[in-house]
Structures are given as structure tokens and as C-alpha cells.
Design a protein around this ligand. Structure first.
Ligand SMILES: Cc1cc2nc3c(=O)[nH]c(=O)nc-3n(C[C@H](O)[C@H](O)[C@H](O)COP(=O)(O)OP(=O)(O)OC[C@H]3O[C@@H](n4cnc5c(N)ncnc54)[C@H](O)[C@@H]3O)c2cc1C
Length: 379
């Protein structure tokens, strides 16, 4: 069992909280307006030893385990950050692990070290205009030509793409289906690689999102990450980490909205009494707390099993859906209990309400999570 509140992790939480309160909370509203995070924030997060948590020191990381990086996520959101902030600041959490795992020293020097130092930004580009859930159906093609690949196709909804220096891109190098997919590292500035204008979204406004197009982009063959045609399995291998991170974002958002609502119902009076005196309100927040706690305990238990090396394919999917459902319930109740104020842009719960809508879509939708569970149940 991992101790999520060991002395070391309590110290990590305190340092995340200090960083969030000093560097994130005062500026988050501006970044939501401008539509992206400043690069300076990446440097500051690296200097505070937060950006590299969970990545090995040999690759330029700060060491620690996946649990430590989930603790960072929990604490940023609990201290007034947001899931959108986590998505934009820690995009390397989904963009870099394949490269670090494949272990190519030259590429790690070139890419992982500057990314973990906060100097460069990396995105993960899998989704395409015609395929998202069906990863095995991607059609962006990379054809070997001497010591290069020539890449043609398009990607859509790519987090941090307008700022990224590097892109880990899923491409088709072989035949149809899962066995024909590879991962290639592309760089901003490669001729005929185009990044679209930022896409306008419902939430995650501080996290930029864009499309990519590849029109005969020539990429050195040395930029292949892992073995040719092994990309699908590398992607699936990393999905557990991404899905558990999204589950943590969901229950942490729920906890934050519960905390904000508990403060609010004590101070807001209607008909001469605080909202907190009304049984219907008290029971509503009790239910918010129940769902949040169940989501946290279940997700953490699945993380512990995953870290112990157990096969948790179904449990990861169930954790994501459990935490997302809890979050959906809690953010909705938080807005409702804040009344008109809950609908205003100035209110934190309003932002969480919009931000959390993506959690049941990104990293595998609710329906795809359910299908994974069903497939494993009904063999
Ligand atoms: C803000 C944002 C950031 C993102 N960041 C990234 C990123 O950094 N990198 C990246 O590669 N992608 C990213 N994505 C893409 C995201 O992963 C996809 O949107 C998601 O996987 C769903 O794919 P899709 O949009 O093509 O939906 P579709 O696959 O077209 O699904 C549409 C609907 O049909 C349902 N559905 C699909 N198949 C089935 C089935 N077999 N049975 C039942 N229902 C089904 C889905 O659950 C969904 O409800 C991002 C998306 C957003 C909105």
C-alpha cells in the first residue's frame, strides 16, 4: 500500500500548495482570458522541482513515483488551481513517457531534459479529425524514405499544440489496425508541419488546444520512438497513467468544490438563516462528500494495485468513470448551491463546472471505459 500522506508526501503537498498559492492562483484568471499558460510558469515549476516529479533523474526528472505526480495533481487543484491548469502545465505527463520508456539516450538528451527543465514543451498527438476513440483506426501515414520518414495527415484537439516545441505523434507505418502504428517525434519548425489557430473551447481555457497538419513532413528515422509498428501498445501502456490522472483530477475538483460550498453555505443567509441550517442543503453537501470520498478511496486503491504491478485494466476504467460521475454530481450541486453567483465567471465553482466536462471525454470517453469493463467481463 502507498502512503498518500507519508511525511515526504506531506512535505511535497506543502510545497505544491505554496507554489499554487503564490504562482498560480493570482494569475489563473488572466491565463483563462489569454487562452494559454506562459512559458515562464513551466520554468518556475521546474525550479520548484514539481515539473519532473515521477520522471527518473537520469532523464532530467525529479525522481519519485507516479503516486508522487498524482499527489502534485491533487494538491494543485485543492489549493485553487484547476484541471485545465494541470492539462497545460503537465502536458509532458502524456507526451514524454513513451520516449523516456523507449530509452533512446540521444532523444532523451534532446527532448526530455529541456522539457523537464521547463525550457521546452511537448504534446501528444493521437486524435485525428476522423478518429478519436478508435485509436487503431488512425490514418496519418509515415513512409520510410532512406533515413527519413515522410509524414502526411492531420491531428485534432491536441493539448498545448500552439506552444509545443515537440510532438509525440502516432502514425501509420504498417498495415491497417493496431499492429501498423508507430510513434514519431516531430519538432516545431519542420517544413510543412502546420499548427492551427487555437481552438475555442467550453472549458480548460488556460490550456491551449489546436490541430496539426502534415504535408510531406520529413522526419529523421532516428526520431522513431521504440520499435516500428509497436506504437499502439506503447500508447495503451501509458493510458493507465493518463486515465488515473484524469480520475484524480475529477475527485480533486469535486473536493475543491465541496470545500468552497461548505464555506459558502455558512455565510449565505436566506429567510433569516444560513443555508447550512437547512436540512435539504445539509443532506446535499453530505452526498457531495460521500461521492467524493468514494471516488478518492477507490481511485487510490486502484493506483496502489497498479503500482504493485497487478492487472488493473478494468479497474482503471471503473475508477475513471466513478470519479468522473462523482465530479459531475458535485460540480453541478456546487453551482446550484451558489445560486446566481454560481453562474458567474467570477466564481471558482463556475470554472470547475465547465472544466470538468472534458474529464469524461478525454483519455477515453465514459462509454469506451464501460466497453473495456464489459469486454473483460463477458469473455
Ligand atoms: C480539450 C481537449 C483536449 C484534448 N487533448 C488531446 C491530446 O492532447 N492529444 C490527443 O491525441 N487527443 C486529445 N483530445 C482528444 C480526445 O482524446 C478525444 O476527443 C476523445 O478520445 C474522444 O474521441 P472523439 O472526439 O473522436 O470522439 P468519438 O470517438 O467520435 O466519439 C463520439 C461519441 O461516441 C461514443 N462512442 C465512440 N465509440 C463508441 C462505441 N464503440 N460504443 C459506444 N459509444 C461509442 C463516444 O463515447 C462519444 O460519446 C482532446 C480533446 C479535448 C476536447
Amino acid at each position: 500500500m502507498n502512503d498518500w500522506d507519508s511525511d515526504e508526501r506531506t512535505a511535497l503537498r506543502a510545497s505544491v500548495r505554496r507554489f499554487t498559492e503564490a504562482e498560480i492562483v493570482p494569475r489563473l484568471a488572466d491565463w483563462e482570458e489569454s487562452g494559454a499558460l506562459p512559458r515562464e510558469l513551466h520554468r518556475k515549476a521546474a525550479a520548484a522541482d514539481l515539473l519532473g516529479v515521477g520522471f527518473p533523474e537520469e532523464a532530467g526528472g525529479a525522481g519519485g513515483t507516479s503516486v508522487d505526480s498524482l499527489v502534485v495533481t491533487e494538491e494543485i487543484i485543492r489549493s485553487g488551481g484547476s484541471s485545465g491548469l494541470v492539462a497545460g502545465l503537465f502536458t509532458h505527463g502524456i507526451g514524454l513517457p513513451h520516449l523516456v520508456e523507449a530509452g533512446d539516450p540521444a532523444l532523451i538528451d534532446k527532448v526530455a531534459e529541456p522539457v523537464l527543465a521547463g525550457e521546452k514543451i511537448i504534446s501528444l498527438a493521437i486524435t485525428e479529425p476522423d478518429t478519436g476513440s478508435d485509436v487503431a483506426g488512425i490514418t496519418t501515414r509515415a513512409v520510410r524514405d532512406g533515413d527519413e520518414y515522410v509524414v502526411n495527415g492531420a491531428k485534432l484537439y491536441i493539448t498545448s499544440a500552439t506552444r509545443a516545441d515537440f510532438f509525440t505523434v502516432a502514425v501509420r507505418t504498417g498495415g491497417e489496425g493496431a499492429r501498423g502504428i508507430s510513434l514519431l517525434l516531430l519538432e516545431r519548425g519542420m517544413p510543412r508541419l502546420t499548427v492551427s489557430a487555437p481552438l475555442k473551447k467550453m472549458g480548460w481555457l488556460c490550456s491551449d488546444t489546436a490541430g496539426l497538419t502534415f504535408d510531406d513532413v520529413r522526419v529523421p528515422a532516428a526520431h522513431l520512438i521504440g520499435e516500428e509498428n509497436s506504437g499502439f501498445y506503447a500508447i495503451m501502456g501509458q493510458f493507465a497513467a493518463e486515465r488515473l490522472s484524469l480520475a484524480v483530477q475529477a475527485y480533486a475538483t469535486a473536493q475543491r468544490c465541496l470545500d468552497l460550498t461548505l464555506e459558502w453555505i455558512k455565510q449565505r443567509h436566506t429567510f433569516g438563516r444560513p443555508l447550512a441550517d437547512r436540512q435539504v442543503v445539509r443532506h446535499r453537501v453530505a452526498e457531495m462528500a460521500r461521492q467524493t470520498d468514494v471516488a478518492r478511496r477507490y481511485t487510490r486503491a486502484v493506483v496502489d494495485d497498479w503500482q504493485a504491478g497487478r492487472n488493473v485494466l478494468a479497474e482503471v476504467a471503473m475508477a475513471k468513470n466513478t470519479a468522473v460521475a462523482a465530479c459531475d454530481f458535485v460540480v453541478d450541486a456546487a453551482v446550484q448551491l451558489h445560486g446566481g453567483l454560481g453562474y458567474m465567471r467570477e466564481t471558482e465553482v463556475e470554472r470547475h463546472y465547465r472544466d470538468s466536462r472534458i474529464l469524461g471525454i478525454g483519455g477515453g470517453t465514459n462509454e469506451i471505459m464501460t466497453e473495456i469493463v464489459a469486454k473483460l467481463l463477458i469473455t
